[in-house]
Structure formats: C-alpha cells, structure tokens
Design a protein around this ligand. Sequence first.
Ligand code: C5P
Length: 400
Amino acid sequence: MMLEGKRILLGVTGGVAAYKAAELARGLQRAGARVQVVMTDAATRFVAPATFQALTGEPVFTDQWDTRIANNMAHIELSRVADAILVAPATADFLAKAAHGLADDLLATLCLARECPLLVAPAMNRQMWLHPATQRNVAQLVADDVVILGPDSGEQACGETGLGRMLEPQDLVDELADFFAPRLLAGRRVLVTAGPTYEPIDPVRGITNLSSGKMGFAIARACRAAGAQVALVAGPAALATPRGVARTDVRTAQQMHDAVMSALDAATHTDVFVAVAAVADWRVANPSERKLKKRGAHDAPKLEFVQNPDILATVARRAGAPWCVGFAAESEDLEANGQAKRAAKGVPLLVANIGHATFGRDDNELLLIDEHGSRRLPRAGKAQLARALVAEIAQRIPSR
Ligand code: C5P
C-alpha cells in the first residue's frame, strides 16, 4: 500500500471543505496510513470531532491544554510521532499563521514545533486566495519548504467559481503517496509517450482509438515522483499534466515521432523511454483539404493508407538509445506474442495489458516480459501500477 506504516497528523481548519476531510481521513487509512486528527476550534463548527474519532479510532485533539497527554505538551508529543503533517483544508487564516510562525492554538503550535514535513491543502474563496496577503504568505511557506497542494479551480461553496477549491480527497492521498515515493529514479531523465493518436481523413474527420492516456500519464507522474526529470509527449488526451512534467501535445503519429526525436536530440542523455501511446499503425495517404461531401447513394470515399513510423523501434535502434519499455495490447497468448514483439522492437522490457477493455478504465493488470520470462503485476489502480512499474524499471536499468 502507498502509505503503509506512515503516521499522518491530519490538521483540519475551519473551512466548509472540512466535510471532505472525513473522506480524506478514510482515504489515508485505506492507503495504509495511521491517522491522528487535530482540529482547530473553527473546524469543530463544521464537523464534529466525534466523526473523525469514529473514523480513525484515535482521540481527536483540539485544545492546547488537553490533559489527556501526560506531560501536557500535546504540541510536542503529537508532532514528534508523525511522519508528516497534512493540513486539509487549510484556511487563509491558517496559512497566515503558519507563514508568520504564530502559535496561538494547538495545530499552529505543533506545526511550529514539528520536525517532520508540512503539507497544506488550501481551501478558500477565490478572492481570499488571490489576495496579495495570502499570496505573500504562500510564497513564504514555499520558501520555508512547506508543500502546497492545490488549490483547484471550480465551483465554490459560496456560489462563485474560481481558484480556491480544496483538492479532492483522493488527489490528496495520491499527492502524499508521491511525496513519500522512494527516489528510485533520482537524477534520471525519462521520456514517455501517452494517449491515442489522431490521423485526419479531412479537416473534420479522422481515425483515432480508445486510449485515454491514463496509464501513460500515471507513469509520467510516478517517474517524476521517483525523482526523474520527465518529458511527456501526449496525443489528444483530456487529462491534466502531472505536476513537474514537461508536456508536448501532438495529434498524429508523425508529429509524435518528430516530438520524440526532438526531445531525444535536445537532451544530452535520456535514460529511459517508455512508449505507452497507442500509436496508429497507418495514416490516410492523402487527407482531403476540404470536408468530403456525400454525393450519390452509392458514393463512398476510397481511403488509401500508408504506414506510420514505428517510434519505439526507431528509438531503440538509435545510437546511445535510452533503455526502452514498450507496451502491448495483445488479446491472446500474451507471453509468446509479447516475447515476439519485444524482440521485433528490440527493447529489454515489454509490458502487456492483461485482458481487454483497459482503455479508459482507472485500473489495469499487467504482464512484464523481459529476457528472463514474465512477471504479473496484479490488478490495481493505474497510479499504483505505475509506481510498481517504476520500481521494476529502476531495478533493471544500468547504473550510471
Ligand atoms: O506494434 P504495436 O503497436 O503493437 O506496439 C506497441 C508498442 O509500440 C507501444 O509501446 C507503442 O507505444 C509503440 N509504438 C510506437 N510507434 C508505432 C506503433 C507502436 O512507438 N507506430
């Protein structure tokens, strides 16, 4: 599990997003963390401490003068046993306090007394977020090595729309998992392709496939969390760019090929290339510059196809090629077909999707095929599989 054995002190401050902190506490536990909740007085106006106590099975602390801690130093005791403090939601008031080192309640005091990392998930009205005072405080917190998670943009409880929404509980769990991810690819450069490609027939029609890009984006994100410098070349995919990843958007296989080659040429050295994109094998030879019109009842356009460049095989053949990982969506005889494809492409590792219809789903099941045979990564969320795959890649790549 992503947060196995981690002790997280979850600070809840007084914003309406406090109701989501209950789901967050559950999510952290599901990921393997032990959660201790500390609330500000204002937070208890939104959600009762009993909710968190019931969910976490731990007493909730709200008061600096809580006599349940023997030496009466809750701020020291609680912050010393935590691997990280996550404050979610973090109000503008809390950010101001933390930025200035105020310590007028239990949560602010233990943030000041902590020896562990502090992560905060701001949640507030968009004007409060954009206010120069808040932005100053956030800049100060960043300078003090506090990790700022979000905020997101969207509909707000006050009825306005804009920046200031707290990240969703699952996103925060994933962010925390990234934060704790072992830096298995520190100092490495990784290039990833992801998503489908789109091959035009005419200006408004084209040929594409059902790839959502989720697996490739998850791999780019996991490589980044593992400390790599990551470039992502993405076909048309409606997904947010993972934080810290340099993304280039393309449409066609030829554009993806060109973007990959320029990325390789631009970098002095790329350690790993992960080809996750579902690249069209063929493109229409002569796409029409005008929209094709239907004429008679029996009139249908004749499309001619030409083959697209095989990006992965081309990269694998380059002089000084990165260590290459290919993907395959085989429907039968996974291992034999996978080994054949691995040899044909000339890559050390081929990852086969097990079963059909992984396109667009949030989970997947993979078979890793290398020179020694195969190894299954059992069904799991794509984020988790991506982390497992990064660990497998890190074990196999040559040391520098
Ligand atoms: O040959 P096939 O499409 O089954 O191979 C899949 C693998 O090859 C994937 O890793 C895919 O990203 C890559 N590929 C490529 N360029 C192509 C076709 C596939 O990089 N034109």
